[in-house]
Write a protein that binds this ligand. Structure first.
Ligand SMILES: [Zn+2]
Ligand SMILES: [Zn+2]
Length: 290
């Protein structure tokens, strides 16, 4: 993989001074059709977004980081598809961690995984969880009430936006605010069209309520670019119709053509813990595109 540094659009930022309470970090545990889970930590609060891995796998990962699973403040659930909730019921009940989601999503999740401790978060609303402000926004996907999330703490913002079939202007503003954007780049259009999936599955993925292509993801990143450096994680990559190299080439190429710089572009692994982002490291990493 060839990575070419691009010109910064803003001066390198200094990390917050020691003792500055402003802190936010993210760790991707898995991202794809076989499981999704993102760990977000602020100065005082631990959140999970989606729990599409076995509960014991997530608990073991947290314990390896010396995070007691019961210390998780909440699990944000984007939608009720299996790859986002397979371990949700067991984890939430065992550790008494509330699931935060739209009412319709909670109802669908309960019918899939049973009783859940829960708090409702309507799309368009914001709640406070520990020292984090969490806002939900609608995304187009074939689920009951699919949502993306903005998590703000200590002056930093993470946007989580996976499983969406199309991108319109309503998504630009939420993503523009983020220092870290986690965005679906599910498939390469040509690879999907030429690939082995059945016509009906191809039609579902390509529909406005299916999954986002590399090119669509690139256009949304370009449209939501701001003047400050940011990190973008391309997520939920298909194992059959995409590859990290292809996603980086298509999205990176589009950003270059559009004159967008100051973006550090990375791909999340499908089935193992991979990317880590910390507000403490912002400014020390040169933005890269491919
Ligand atoms: Zn999914
Ligand atoms: Zn889905």
């Amino acid at each position: 993989m060839r990575r070419v540094p691009v010109q910064l659009t803003a001066p390198l930022q200094q990390p917050p001074a020691a003792g500055n309470p402003g802190f936010l970090s993210a760790k991707m545990l898995a991202s794809g059709s076989s499981g999704n889970c993102l760990l977000v930590r602020s100065a005082t609060t631990t959140l999970l977004i989606d729990l599409g891995l076995p509960a014991r796998t997530v608990a073991a990962f947290l314990e390896s980081r010396e995070i007691p699973p019961a210390a998780v403040e909440a699990i944000l659930l984007s939608h009720e598809h299996t790859d986002h909730l397979v371990g949700l019921g067991t984890f939430a009940r065992k550790y008494q961690v509330p699931v935060v989601a739209e009412a319709q999503t909670l109802a669908a999740a309960r019918s899939a995984v049973g009783r859940l401790p829960a708090r409702t978060l309507a799309r368009g609303s914001t709640i406070t969880l520990g020292d984090c402000e969490v806002s939900a926004f609608p995304v187009p996907h074939d689920a009951a009430a699919p949502a993306g999330f903005l998590i703000r703490s200590g002056g930093w913002t993470i946007a989580y936006c996976v499983d969406l079939g199309s991108a319109d202007e309503t998504l630009v503003e939420p993503l523009r605010q983020a220092d870290l954007v986690v965005l679906e780049a599910n498939h390469d259009y040509d690879a999907l069209r030429a690939g082995p999936y059945t016509p009906s599955l191809k039609a579902r993925i390509l529909s406005p309520f299916g999954h986002l292509s590399n090119l669509e993801a690139g256009r949304l990143i370009a449209a939501s670019a701001s003047s400050r450096p940011r990190t973008v994680w391309l997520a939920h990559l298909s194992a059959v119709n995409n590859s990290p190299r292809l996603a980086l080439r298509v999205v990176g190429g589009l950003l270059k053509r559009e004159g967008v710089s100051g973006v550090r572009l990375e791909t999340a692994a499908r089935d193992r813990p991979s990317l880590h982002w910390s507000s403490h490291a912002v400014g020390w990493q040169l933005p890269l595109v491919v």
